[in-house]
Write a protein that binds this ligand. Structure first.
Ligand code: GLU
Length: 482
């Protein structure tokens, strides 16, 4: 079966602001974004903040900033579901008046006892419709006595079927469902009531959401109908699993968009990675821009099986983006990491040179800033163990001293001149150039590996390079004394 979605669609992303935007939520938002952008229409952002105790103002802002950061675009909203409670209430009253819902006066204690009873028998609890059987008089009596009541939806006694974009044909038999609550006894609408009323009022045509909502959909479908709405097309995305094949958890590190952001993942890479966590573009391409994904997006290639979150792959993908992005596009993302490292005022030209030289060796922005720190630091710390072989070489300080003088005297501090001066010195002293190249790299970066040395020295510039050489010489001499 091939599904053809014709635009314009109206999709929504409806997070509950009870925490940071989780990668699962981000992926749901991304597929809604891709669908909306590929066929046209509108993306609605609806904040489901009816659980006042667990919802948080700061999280509402945080979720929006995380969405904007990964590049998800919404056309309408954010709408706060809590502001629509009177409307949810009004529609529940309509159902009540039309006989499509009924008052339930059963007490929590009565229901708990029934639930326990069912459990003992190993049965799933279904509300036995006690209050559906009440007569008009019995209802009036209870109302007159001010007995609290909930409002339950009168489920139709039929199979609920729908075709899920991801999972295909779904069929829920009548005994799988019961008359669920629309309004609690405190008058508050339940999630089911609010979500369906909002989806109708907002003209939602496609509901793409997590698989954890699949069991809610057979409740929502008849509720849409009872409220006179058009049933949207549903698509339930499979879970995202950790490497242990269980639901992705903190145990394996970051799980929220914000955490990946602080680790130095680029939003483009995260979007790309998340989009491929359950969707295949139909070719072998793994690095795709949002525009390319929009052009290729097809709900028929959404996967029904759970996706495993492979952090290594995300790091790899981020490395790809780090080396490919234009410097101008990369720069703003580096900003917070530069600031944290005290490099907010670094000379722009030297910064660009350093970043461009090292970006293909970093997997995250954090790592990249680590790599360029030596360009801007007054003094580096050398690890005696990593420098053991240099410390043993008695002649090395003498060689490096001359190298330092020759480099200091160069009229132009460019890589060819630096290279020629080092090779000339090595030749004069009967040394392989490597004997000078390795310790010089260590002197300048406190690391044994990195980009080609003379590119590095040129990018680092005269002051920092000579200063580090001086400090390294002092370190070698101290080592020799000790
Ligand atoms: N607010 C729900 C959640 O965060 C989503 C509701 C829906 O997509 O229908 O899980």
């Amino acid at each position: 079966m091939t599904i053809q979605i014709q635009g314009p669609v109206r999709v929504r992303f409806a997070p509950s602001p009870t925490g940071f935007l989780h990668v699962g939520g981000a992926r749901t938002a991304i597929y809604n974004d891709l669908l909306r952008q590929s066929v046209g229409g509108a993306f609605i952002l609806r904040i489901e903040d009816t659980d006042k105790e667990r919802s948080d103002e700061a999280m509402i802002r945080q979720i929006q900033s995380a969405l904007a950061w990964i590049g998800v675009v919404w056309d309408e909203g954010p709408f706060l579901q809590s502001e629509r409670l009177p409307r949810h209430h009004e529609r529940a009253e309509e159902l009540l008046a039309a006989g499509k819902a009924y008052r339930c006066f059963c007490t929590p204690e009565e229901l708990d006892a029934q639930r326990e009873e069912a459990q003992k028998k190993g049965l799933a609890f279904r509300y036995p419709r006690t209050c559906l059987k009440l007569t008009e008089e019995e209802i009036a009596e209870r109302l007159a006595a001010n007995r609290p009541f909930a409002v339950r939806f009168r489920m139709p006694d039929e199979h609920i079927t729908f075709t899920d974009i991801v999972r295909g044909d779904m069929d829920f038999p009548p005994d799988a469902l019961d008359d669920f609550i629309l309004l609690r006894s405190d008058g508050n609408p339940t999630y089911h009531m609010s979500v369906v009323v909002d989806d109708i009022d907002m003209g939602i045509t496609h509901v793409i959401r997590g698989e954890d909502h699949l069991s809610n959909t057979p409740k929502h479908v008849p509720l849409f109908r009872a409220l006179g709405g058009t049933v949207p097309t549903f698509g339930h995305l499979p879970l995202i699993l950790g490497p242990d094949k269980k639901r992705l958890s903190k145990r394996y590190g970051a799980t929220s968009v914000e955490e990946f952001r602080t680790e130095g993942i680029l939003p483009q890479a995260l979007y790309n990675f998340m989009a491929l966590l359950g969707w295949t573009p139909g070719n072998d391409q793994e690095i795709l821009s949002r525009d390319e994904m929009i052009a290729l997006f097809d709900v028929n290639r959404l996967n029904a099986s759970a996706a495993v979150f492979d952090k290594e792959k995300l790091w790899w993908m981020n490395a790809q983006y780090l080396s490919r992005l234009d410097y101008e596009a990369l720069r703003p993302h580096l900003e917070p990491f530069l600031a944290a490292a005290g490099l907010a005022d670094a000379d722009p030209a030297r910064l660009a040179a350093a970043v461009n030289l090292h970006r293909s060796r970093a997997r995250t922005l954090k790592e990249l800033v680590e790599l360029i720190l030596p360009y801007f630091k007054d003094e580096l710390t050398y690890d005696p163990e990593a420098s053991a072989k240099f410390l043993k070489d008695q002649d090395l300080p003498g060689h490096l001293e001359i190298l330092r003088e020759r480099w200091a005297a160069l009229p132009s501090f460019d890589k060819d001149a630096l290279d020629a001066a080092l090779r000339a010195l090595a030749g004069e002293r009967g040394l392989k150039p490597a004997v000078l190249i390795h310790p010089t790299r260590m002197a300048l970066t406190a690391a044994a590996q990195g980009p080609p040395l003379f590119d590095l020295v040129e990018a680092m510039g005269r002051d920092a390079s000579l200063r580090h050489l001086d400090h390294f010489l002092a370190f070698l001499r101290r080592g020799a004394e000790g």
